[in-house]
Design a protein around this ligand. Structure first.
Ligand code: UDX
Length: 429
């Protein structure tokens, strides 16, 4: 193993950088993670993971000897063979990806005489690799290599996704660099797809777009199910059994959120538009998702009439279970719409603190959220919700209306428990 051990510097101790860094250490490499936030680096030095991610803490602990954390660029680069960029690329006002953090890393690289390879993990527009190469050359760093090695990590399963990926994508300008980056992953069993840099950049964007398209597709099927009397849960099961389609990402609900999908869909839309192409399908995928979050309001109005003065409990705030991440969570739009309609909103979530939600009262338990409420909405399919004794809590509500935004509960059992229960894309009562 020792002959294949490499020295890796990772810029950015966010979700992707941290998980990647810890996993490269687990693969036997020496890793230095650099971030600009002192509190993050201090926490990591104490062995604490600054994010909630299953398995991350254990790997941090187990690989302490191979992991260092620093605020200093020089210290990170000192002995590095590979410089991974894993900084954020949030949307700008126009929806384009903001690459300023990427350019800061490139511009901060010291003059290095030896050949290192810069590896892009951040999600960037197609063409970024070429621009990075030009910028490096302009600084007299033309000998520095460049590889696009996108990540496909989902929150909550990021460590597993890294160690057992469906594929490893390596887009490079030279075979030598591609070989070097592929070799870092030697101990991972997965197909390695080698290609040019632009195609690697597009693989990441296209994969996300395809997953989002499936979600918006099944959500539209759900909406048609509602007006025609079919049940989308059964429909998705039947569709998913077709081997050409497969069962994944066919769960209808109140739409996707998270740190990747919303921003990456906008970035791809703008990337196409900036090149003069109107990406019609992607525009529809985004729009369907926006409308899907708002359909819950109409469902509530059908049961309660005008929402002014009504008390609505949101069960779950995180954009999906297993994370405390609130970025682009449907709960934010829902809470905002409910407050705008004049409703009182209270919320329960086992992990997410919902600190950005102004005007929303926090409940410490599901029971406390439901007590006296006119309606409840399941926003995040937390497993704890499946364990609630619904028959016992129903009488505590003013009116037992439950909108299951994730189709996680059994409609017949919920009606039996005394609820006016409605899912997404399933026959209403
Ligand atoms: C996603 C991609 O899966 C990952 O490959 C990429 O690197 C980053 O974006 P993540 O955002 O962590 O990962 O979550 P994911 O589990 O993919 O779910 C995204 C959103 O889609 C969630 O809001 C989820 O609730 C929603 N979703 C997912 C559905 O509504 N229906 C589905 O069938 C699947």
């Amino acid at each position: 193993m020792s002959e294949s051990k490499q020295r890796i510097a990772i810029f950015g101790a966010g979700y992707v950088g941290l998980v990647s860094g810890v996993c490269y250490a687990e693969l036997g490499h020496d890793v230095v993670v650099r971030d600009i936030l002192p509190e993050k680096i201090e926490a990591l030095e104490r062995g604490e993971a600054p994010i909630y991610e299953p398995g991350l803490g254990d790997l941090l602990e187990r690989n302490r000897e191979r992991l260092r954390f620093t605020l200093e660029v020089g210290e990170a680069i000192e002995d590095a063979d590979f410089v991974y960029i894993a900084v954020g690329t949030p949307p700008t006002y126009s929806g384009d990806a903001d690459l300023s953090a990427v350019w800061t890393v490139i511009d901060e690289l010291p003059e290095i005489a030896r050949r290192i390879v810069v590896v892009m993990k951040s999600t960037v527009p197609v063409g970024t690799g070429g621009r990075v190469r030009d910028r490096l050359a302009a600084r007299g760093l033309g000998h520095v290599g460049y590889v696009s090695n996108p990540e496909f990590l989902a929150e909550g399963t990021a460590v597993r996704d890294f160690m057992h990926p469906d594929r490893i994508v390596v887009g490079a300008f030279s075979a030598e660099d591609a070989d070097a980056v592929a070799a870092l992953h030697r101990r991972i069993e997965a197909p390695v797809l080698r290609c040019d840099v632009a195609s690697a950049e597009m693989i990441k964007l296209a994969s996300n777009a395809a997953l989002m398209a499936r979600i918006s597709f099944i959500n539209e099927i759900a909406n048609v199910c509602e007006v025609t009397g079919a049940d989308v849960v059964k429909v998705a099961e039947g569709v998913g059994l077709d081997r050409r389609l497969g069962p994944h990402f066919l769960r209808a609900g109140i739409g996707f959120g998270g740190s990747c999908f919303p921003k990456d869909s906008l970035a791809l839309k703008q990337l196409a538009a900036n090149s003069g192409y109107h990406f019609q399908l992607l525009n529809a995928v985004i729009e369907v998702n926006e409308l899907q979050k708002r359909r819950v309001i109409a469902k509530l109005q059908r049961h309660l009439g005008p929402l002014r003065g009504k008390s609505v409990a949101l069960l779950g705030l995180a954009f999906k279970p297993g994370t405390d991440d609130m970025r682009e969570a449907p709960s934010i739009v829902l809470a905002g719409r409910l407050l705008a309609e004049g409703a009182d909103v209270r919320a329960w979530d086992p992990v997410a603190d919902g600190s950005g939600l102004h005007g929303v009262e926090r409940a410490q338990s599901v029971e406390a959220a439901l007590a006296g409420a006119d309606a409840a909405v399941i926003v995040t399919e937390w497993p704890a919700l499946a364990a609630v004794d619904w028959a016992a809590v129903a009488p505590a509500m003013r009116t037992p209306v439950l909108i299951d935004g994730r189709n996680m509960l059994d409609p017949a059992a919920m009606r039996e428990a005394g609820f006016r229960y409605e899912g997404i894309g399933r026959a209403a009562e």
